[in-house]
Every structure is written in C-alpha cells, then in structure tokens.
Design a protein around this ligand. Structure first.
Ligand SMILES: CC(C)(COP(=O)(O)OP(=O)(O)OC[C@H]1O[C@@H](n2cnc3c(N)ncnc32)[C@H](O)[C@@H]1OP(=O)(O)O)[C@@H](O)C(=O)NCCC(=O)NCCS
Length: 326
C-alpha cells in the first residue's frame, strides 16, 4: 500500500475517490442521500472561500482504497484547527490505511503551522475506535435531527406563529441581508457565543455578507427570517436549500440574543420559516439540523416543532504534537 498526495487530482483519481465514498456510504448509510460524482468532483477541485485543502489517497496497486481530505481554514499558521476527514473502503479496513493517511495529514498540519485538528464523525465504533487510538479526544456531541414536513400536524405551524410574542416584527430575506439589517444581524450572530468563540473571528457586517455570498456561489439558496424590534434583530433563523432536487434543506444558524430570550422567539421565527418555505419552496420535503447535545433549549424547540433525532455526530480534537509522523 502507498499513500500519494493529490495536489491536482486527475479524472481517474476523482473517480477512485468517489468509489471509496460511495462504498462507505453503501455499507454504512448515514441518513444523507448517496454522494453524487459531480459533488465529489466539485469538492475535490475547489475549496471553500477562506480555506485551503490538501488531499491524499491510499492506493493498492491501481486501486484507491482510502482517502483523506484536510481542510485548512484561514492563512498558514492561523490559530484555528485544521479539519480532517478520512474514509477507508469497507473491504480494506484494519490494514493500517487510515493510520498511514493520518500520519501524512499530520505532517501537512505541521507544515502549515497548525497546532490542532478536529474530526467530525458519526458516532460509530470504527470512527470512535480509530480516533481514540490516535490521540483525539471528544469535545462535542451533536444530535442530528430531521423534520419531515409531511409529518407536521395540520395547523401546527399556524398555531405556533399565532402564539408569537407581541412587539416584534418578522422580516425575511433570501440571499444576502439588506444593508439596513446587516449590522444588527452581525450582532445577533454574536449571540451564538459558543460558535463565535469556536470560529475565532468575530462577526461583522462583511462576514455576514461573505457567508451568504459563499452559499450563493455554491448554487444554494439561503433563507433568513428575523424577529426585529426597532433596529435590533432579537432572533433569527437560517435555512439553506441546496441546488439539485433532493428535497432536503439544511438548518443553519438560529439564535436569540440574551436580552430577548425566554419569549418563544426561537420557535416563532422557525415557525415563520416553515410557513415561508411551504409557500416559496414546495420542493422542500424535509429539514435537517444538528444541535449540540448540551443545548437543551434548542433541542426542546426543535422537538416541539416536530424534529426527530436521527443520528449522533461527534467532534474530536487532537493536538498535532500527539499525532504520529509518516
Ligand atoms: C475509521 C476508519 C477510517 C478506519 O480505517 P482503517 O483503515 O480500518 O483503520 P486502520 O487500519 O488504520 O486502524 C488503525 C487503528 O484504529 C483503531 N480502529 C480502527 N478500526 C476500528 C474498529 N472498527 N474498532 C475499534 N478500533 C478500530 C485500531 O486501534 C486500529 O489498530 P489495529 O487494527 O492495530 O487494532 C474507517 O473505519 C472508515 O472509513 N470509517 C468510516 C468513515 C469515518 O468514520 N472516518 C472517521 C475518521 S476521520
């Protein structure tokens, strides 16, 4: 077995990569639709704005048996963790492929001046066993929830909307926020304190716009509903409808700023979002979301809306010093 770097992946390498992802998905369905070749190619050929990526593959002769993608957010040496994703074909497990891939990725992290790395995985024995055997520790548990719109009891959304607090106005927009609300939205994003801390850089109007532009560049649609009082956004929720016709939309951020909590604003903006989507995007049949396992309020709001727990995702962190070298 050899490990090769894919600095400029060729078509056969992209096909090899895709066949590993497809085999892993077929053997261990994760609740998401099967990956499509064009999505794999898109991911391998372009990186998200504001980050770089490095790719490696484990090959046995001419067959690709495992892959590793390392995302490096920010500039080299940035004080942010890299993000690693390793997958090994189910027919080639327990032969050290993942361990070899991790070792070269660790060299890549060192070369980029990073001191830590995270891995987000489904809570399954292989992933947990592998990460825990290699110096990673659990830092976050996420509950993956799914709302099937057809399962919503009739009248439920209207009821929740009608029970909204007085003194707030609902404002909604598609894509980039209007200039008049951009600063207020940035302030509301700060309400997601954990996330802001985690991502390192504070939210401002430019970052808010950049995030929306990035979604548009991928061809996806971002919908936002906000509860506004005066010039303050007291709470907001965001849903992204991906391009293509899978029917599944993704919940992005939802937050209520501390001074306005406890008034059912979270559930109100989410109910208004469901109403809007039903009207504007009848192609959306389900919405997925991840909630931190200790965010009991958001879990309660989502369960009241009809979201059901589907799977558990975990985030692991390792210090690069604790990782092997190749
Ligand atoms: C997790 C995964 C990448 C491991 O790939 P692999 O090539 O089989 O792993 P390796 O052979 O390099 O295993 C190295 C060590 O990890 C641990 N490990 C790997 N699979 C394990 C399992 N199923 N149960 C317990 N420990 C396991 C063991 O300590 C193993 O050493 P050993 O075989 O000498 O006991 C693979 O199972 C996979 O692709 N899973 C789905 C995707 C995923 O969850 N990736 C998460 C990593 S970011």
């Amino acid at each position: 077995m050899d490990v090769i770097a894919l600095d400029d992946p060729t078509d056969p390498q992209i096909r090899g990569w895709h066949s590993v992802l497809a085999a892993v998905h077929a053997a261990e369905p994760d609740g998401d639709p099967a990956p499509q070749p064009h999505q794999t190619a898109g991911r391998l050929l372009g990186s998200e704005q504001g980050s770089r990526q490095r790719l490696w593959a484990a090959v046995d002769g001419t067959t690709m048996i495992g892959v590793a993608a390392l995302r490096l957010p920010g500039e080299p040496g940035a004080d942010r963790p890299g993000e690693i994703d390793i997958r090994v074909h189910p027919a080639h497990r327990r032969r050290g492929a993942a361990a070899r891939l991790l070792a070269v990725a660790a060299d890549g992290l060192r070369a980029d001046g990073r001191t830590s790395v995270i891995a987000q995985v489904l809570a399954r024995p292989a992933a947990v066993g592998f990460l825990e055997a290699h110096g990673f520790r659990l830092v976050l548990t996420l509950q993956g929830l799914l709302l099937r719109l057809a399962d919503l009891p009739p009248g439920r959304v209207d009821e929740l909307r009608a029970s909204g607090p007085s003194g707030y106005e609902l404002v909604r927009w598609r894509g980039v926020v209007q200039d008049e609300h951009a600063d207020a939205l940035a302030r509301a994003k700060h309400a997601m304190a954990d996330l802001a801390e985690y991502e390192g850089s504070p939210w401002d109007a430019d970052r808010v716009r950049e995030m929306a532009e990035m979604v548009a560049k991928r061809g996806d649609d971002l919908y936002t509903v906000a509860a506004v009082r005066g010039d303050v956004i007291a709470g907001f929720t965001e849903v992204v409808v991906p391009s293509g016709a899978s029917g599944r939309a993704a919940q992005y951020d939802t937050a209520v700023i501390p001074e306005h909590r406890g008034r059912r604003l979270g559930i109100w903006v989410k109910a208004a979002m469901l109403d809007w989507l039903a009207e504007e995007r009848p192609d959306v049949t389900e919405i997925e979301t991840d909630n931190s396992g200790d965010n009991v309020h958001m879990l309660a709001v989502n369960e009241e809306l009809g979201f059901r727990r589907e799977r558990e995702t975990r985030e692991y962190l390792a210090r690069v010093d604790d990782l092997p070298t190749s």
